[in-house]
Design a protein around this ligand. Structure first.
Ligand code: NAG
Ligand code: NAG
Ligand code: NAG
Ligand code: NAG
Length: 362
């Protein structure tokens, strides 16, 4: 696996598949490479036996089936007595192998992370799109247990591929119209099963990137009276994706079908391909709540982290009661034209980020 990924990274560096609005891909390739090669890197798959034996896989499967059923009943697509359970043995067998379950591709925070977002479950504000009930389980792959005291941060672009809280050339029309919105951004605590839940929309595509959601996992942060967090450490920076055929169906629905930005498929997105390496699977498992996409979606994914790992993502803005405000000296300030992280090749110093990741994960 290591040899394959090294060859893959070298090939990507050589082809120069780099300059695009996902951020600095060279830096990204090196960081991802360091992650894949790290001797302590473990996948959720490595915890399969512990998680199955402790009954956690079974419990989580039953919990998620019951939740989907509850959403179906609430939306009028099922009766309470309709719940038909899948064979749990089969689920345990498959755990960590197929797309239903997953792990931690360390991926870039990208140019649009806004820190200081609110702790809240419903991120919609007034955004339209394929409404998605997202259920994220966080697993400590160093101890093979759910992480019960983390905060999961989530953000994504809107259905037409524009981020809130930021202003940048290429983010929509480049104007400041979404600067005052915090839609599709927020955090949730993991709770007793290691689960954080959100309501958001399937993100729209934008130039150079396939559809994706961003996540950051925070540990040891302090809850402030205004419902934000402060301090702590970040063990994981990742991106979740949508299976391509399904995404194609979503893109045909309104308002996705009004997005005029050029499409990038999963297969054509270098960050997606990096995220798929090393046995990792960053694709969410998505079920229809009703009979069509417009009836709403239920999505699940498991994220493996080492809570002691320390990543150092950089926010471009900070959320305030007056909208998104610049974070002083952010390396993303000026994106995509003049920022420190904008360049075709990262500056020498940034290339050493691989070393930083190795130290951080000890
Ligand atoms: C954790 O999972 C168990 C078993 O599915 C469930 O009974 C319990 O309500 C869950 N706890 C939370 C906080 O969701
Ligand atoms: C947004 O830009 C307009 C000019 O295009 C300006 O008048 C306004 O003050 C700006 N608003 C913010 C929040 O920056
Ligand atoms: C996405 O955000 C942009 C900027 O605020 C807005 O113009 C557009 O209408 C939004 N898309 C949808 C589907 O609401
Ligand atoms: C929340 O409180 C912190 C600490 O006082 C402050 O820095 C931050 O701006 C506040 N955030 C919001 C959204 O009110």
């Amino acid at each position: 696996m290591v040899h394959f990924s090294q060859a893959f990274a070298a090939a990507l560096l050589a082809t120069g598949v780099v300059a695009h609005p996902g951020g600095n891909t060279n830096k990204e390739i090196l960081r991802r490479q360091a992650h894949l090669d790290h001797p302590e890197r473990r996948s959720v798959q490595a915890c399969k036996r512990d998680l199955v034996e402790s009954g956690w896989v079974r419990e989580q499967h039953l919990r998620r089936e019951a939740r989907l059923h509850e959403l179906r009943v609430a939306a009028g697509f099922a009766k309470p007595e309709d719940l038909v359970r899948r064979d749990v043995g089969e689920v345990e067998e498959e755990y960590g192998i197929n797309a239903a379950c997953t792990l931690d591709p360390e991926a870039t925070e990208g140019p649009y992370w806004v820190t200081g977002e609110l702790i809240r479950k419903d991120l919609l504000n007034t955004e339209k799109g394929a409404i998605t009930h997202l259920d994220i389980n966080v697993i400590d792959t160093s101890g093979c247990k759910p992480v019960t005291d983390a905060y999961v941060e989530l953000w994504g672009s809107n259905a037409t591929g524009v981020y809130t809280g930021v202003q940048a050339r290429g983010n929509g029309d480049g104007s400041n119209t979404s600067l005052k919105s915090n839609a599709l951004r927020g955090l949730q605590p993991t709770g007793s099963n290691g689960t954080a839940t959100f309501i958001t929309v399937i993100p729209g595509h934008y130039v150079g990137r396939t559809n994706h959601l961003h996540t950051i996992i925070h540990h040891g942060a302090k809850l402030l009276p205004n419902n934000t967090i402060q301090g702590g450490t970040i063990s994981h920076v990742g991106q979740f994706y949508i299976e391509q055929n399904f995404m194609g169906q979503v893109e045909k629905t309104s308002p996705y079908n009004t997005n005029t930005q050029k499409v990038t498929t999963n297969a054509a997105d270098p960050l997606f391909n990096m995220g798929k390496q090393g046995g990792d699977d960053p694709v969410m498992k998505i079920s229809l709540i009703g009979t069509k996409i417009e009836d709403g979606l239920y999505a699940t994914i498991d994220v493996g982290v080492n809570p002691k790992a320390k990543q150092n993502p950089q926010p471009v803005n900070m959320w305030t009661t007056d909208g998104g405000k610049p974070v002083p000296n952010s390396p993303w300030t000026g994106y995509p034209d003049t920022c420190r992280y904008c360049g075709f090749r990262p500056p020498k110093k940034e290339r050493d980020i691989a070393g930083e990741v190795l130290q951080g994960e000890e």
